[in-house]
Design a protein around this ligand. Structure first.
Ligand code: NAG
Ligand code: NAG
Ligand code: NAG
Ligand code: NAG
Ligand code: NAG
Ligand code: NAG
Ligand code: NAG
Length: 562
């Protein structure tokens, strides 16, 4: 009897221990452009959320070009020593050193099998980093990625255990804790073919054939249910957007090209959105937000380059549709709580898009809860355009709703497996947007195949996770995944940005920083060192005190303390 009791206790302890979060390190593999972390059905890397024991503890989570991936270091504000994040090696263009040692700002290289070390003639910069929690800015709402038709198709081919690792890696607190997805209403450019609801019968404004969800959406819903269960995520924020109406509603009767919604179908197109929201709700997949349509300029000026589903809007026309049709239709329905985001297009359309909408229907913007931006031309068009739109409409949410690399003529069309540089592009972009009032970010495809597809337009791009669709036994977490994760994992909803500034005066500083206070009161700072040299950081928090950090070359970090 006693023995059985003990056995049971033991079994319970074992099971709960297993069920509790466990950190497992990255299985690093060198690939063509750098390093990836390899996951298979029985192994994947995870990191428990840092649990801060006392007020002086500081935890630094680090990733680096040389192979750190969510590596944990610890220190104390009470200690006098420097908290040094150790990296594996130090790589110059010409050689690899096994260690880089910094003493009094002098840098020594250490090579294996060579007893002496070599001095290099550089000074390690010390950057003062000042954190002021009393200066507060915007709140975080959501981080996520797109659950496109291509994503759904790739996942469906994988063994269940491997699918689960994708869901857990992205949405569980031990993964990168996404709380949001974007999905298309009908098809998008990442589908196996273009499609919309009620393609048939034609010229049918009552949408008599839009009575159930398409099998492709039903498959997504089954996958999303599994995702929520695996990730223990009750509140998944689903953002939906339509790429195109069925061709019969459009002036050119085609999926793509120069084509707009026919004015006689303005109400039908609003009803189409409402119908989708109702059918999703009937499946317990409540939609959190919709947009007024994906990239409206593709069907007006972008059709020279864009060959996928699109539907054109000018801001003047769209204001009429929003103000007279979509807005009232949603707000007077049982779906009135669904948020509406405007624009859903590139930064260069800001702020003029909204000013033109206002000129066309003075109250149209009242129907918008948020502004949605795509990042594709951010390296050419500065964030000041967003600042102006935000100054016009300070109460509206700001979200980046699409991002990927590989779409430009000068880029590799498809994955650069392991590229740290592509991760750094994301790192710079997230920091910049968060410093300009953004509330969150939705990346594009959660997963793609080795080629960066599949889709019906042979448009191949990169994604944070690449699935081996040949073996169907592995997927690869790229540096992009960890770049995003340094934000999404540590910045839950309701985190508030706080002032975190450095004393660097250069226009291209070595250290970039953005800081937040989380709902539990703790601070999370994201630090990015873009140079091929270590950097010293003299951190001074107005409430916690001061501490020195030493961060390795080409690395990024999330620093967490109470
Ligand atoms: C899965 O990955 C783990 C860790 O790399 C490895 O030990 C194991 O052999 C792999 N399993 C298969 C079936 O390849
Ligand atoms: C180190 O650099 C300084 C300034 O850049 C220069 O004056 C000095 O000669 C260099 N020393 C060596 C040993 O190269
Ligand atoms: C920034 O502060 C650090 C530490 O106080 C100091 O060593 C460094 O010279 C300062 N940099 C500038 C540009 O003032
Ligand atoms: C309704 O749509 C389906 C495809 O989703 C099509 O097969 C069917 O013919 C349509 N019905 C009518 C009456 O057009
Ligand atoms: C939705 O959830 C409710 C309440 O939990 C449940 O009764 C109902 O069966 C669910 N519907 C579907 C389609 O899963
Ligand atoms: C996918 O798996 C196959 C079979 O194991 C292997 O030959 C191939 O190199 C893998 N692809 C990538 C991108 O690693
Ligand atoms: C930290 O900043 C405070 C002012 O907020 C200042 O009084 C203190 O001297 C600073 N500490 C260090 C070590 O720089």
């Amino acid at each position: 009897m006693n023995l059985r009791w003990l056995w049971m206790l033991f079994a319970v302890a074992l099971c709960s221990g297993w069920a509790a979060a466990l950190s497992t390190p990255c299985q690093l593999r060198e690939t063509q452009y750098g390093n990836v972390c390899v996951c298979n059905s029985s192994y994947c890397d995870y990191l428990e959320q840092p649990d801060l024991r006392d007020d002086n503890q500081i935890v630094v989570i680090s990733s680096s070009k040389n192979g750190l991936r969510f590596t944990r270091s610890e220190g104390s504000f009470l200690g006098k020593t420097i908290l040094e994040v150790q990296d594996h090696q130090w790589i110059d263009n010409n050689f690899v050193a096994d260690a880089v040692v910094v003493e009094q700002n002098k840098v020594w290289l250490q090579f294996a099998n060579v007893p002496q070390r070599f001095a290099i003639n550089v000074t390690i910069k010390t950057v003062q980093l000042t954190v002021q929690r009393e200066k507060r800015y915007q709140k975080i709402t959501n981080f996520g990625g797109a659950f496109t038709g291509s994503v759904s198709h790739i996942l469906q081919q994988l063994p269940k255990a491997l699918q689960d690792h994708v869901y857990r890696s992205y949405f569980h607190a031990d993964g990168i804790a996404y709380n949001s997805i974007r999905m298309s209403i009908g098809g998008s450019d990442f589908d196996l073919q273009p499609w919309a609801y009620n393609q048939l019968p034609r010229n049918d404004p009552s949408l008599s054939n839009f009575t159930t969800l398409d099998p492709r959406d039903l498959q997504k819903i089954e996958q999303l249910k599994r995702l929520k269960a695996v990730a223990k995520l009750n509140n998944l924020k689903i953002m939906a957007a339509a790429w195109s109406a069925p061709p019969w509603m459009k002036s050119n009767n085609r999926w793509t090209g120069y084509g707009q919604l026919k004015a006689e179908y303005y109400q039908a197109w609003a009803d189409y959105h409402l119908k989708f929201l109702e059918l999703m709700q009937s499946k317990n997949m409540t939609v959190w937000a919709i947009s007024t349509g994906n990239e409206p300029l593709n069907g007006v000026i972008g059709f020279f380059f864009v060959h996928f589903m699109s539907m054109g809007w000018t801001p003047w026309q769209q204001a009429i549709w929003l103000n007279d049709y979509l807005g009232p239709t949603i707000r007077k329905s049982k779906q009135s709580q669904v948020l509406i985001f405007g624009n859903d297009d590139q930064r260069y359309t800001y702020p003029s898009w909204f000013r033109k909408m206002r000129a066309s229907r003075s109250n149209a913007l009242d129907y918008l809860d948020g502004l949605a931006v795509h990042w594709y031309w951010d390296e050419i068009f500065g964030p000041q355009l967003i600042d102006r739109a935000h100054a016009d409409m300070p109460d509206k949410l700001l979200l980046n709703t699409e991002s990927c690399i590989g779409d430009k003529p000068w880029q590799t069309h498809g994955p650069e497996l392991g590229s740290w540089g592509r991760g750094e592009s994301y790192m710079r972009a997230y920091i910049q947007d968060l410093l300009h009032n953004f509330n969150g970010w939705l990346d594009w495809n959660l997963v793609l195949d080795e080629r960066g597809g599949p889709n019906y337009v042979h448009n191949y791009v990169d994604a944070p996770v690449i699935v081996n669709t040949t073996s169907r036994t592995e997927f690869y977490k790229q540096p992009i995944y960890y770049a995003i994760g340094h934000f999404s994992k540590f910045l839950p909803e309701e985190s508030v940005r706080i002032e975190a500034s450095t004393n660097e005066t250069e226009s291209f500083p070595q250290l970039s920083v953005v800081g937040f206070q989380r709902p539990d009161g703790s601070v999370a700072l994201i630090l990015y060192n873009g140079e091929n040299l270590p950097v010293n950081v003299a951190l001074n928090d107005s409430q916690r005190g001061a501490l020195s950090l030493r961060l390795p070359a080409r690395s990024w970090h999330t620093v967490v303390y109470k």
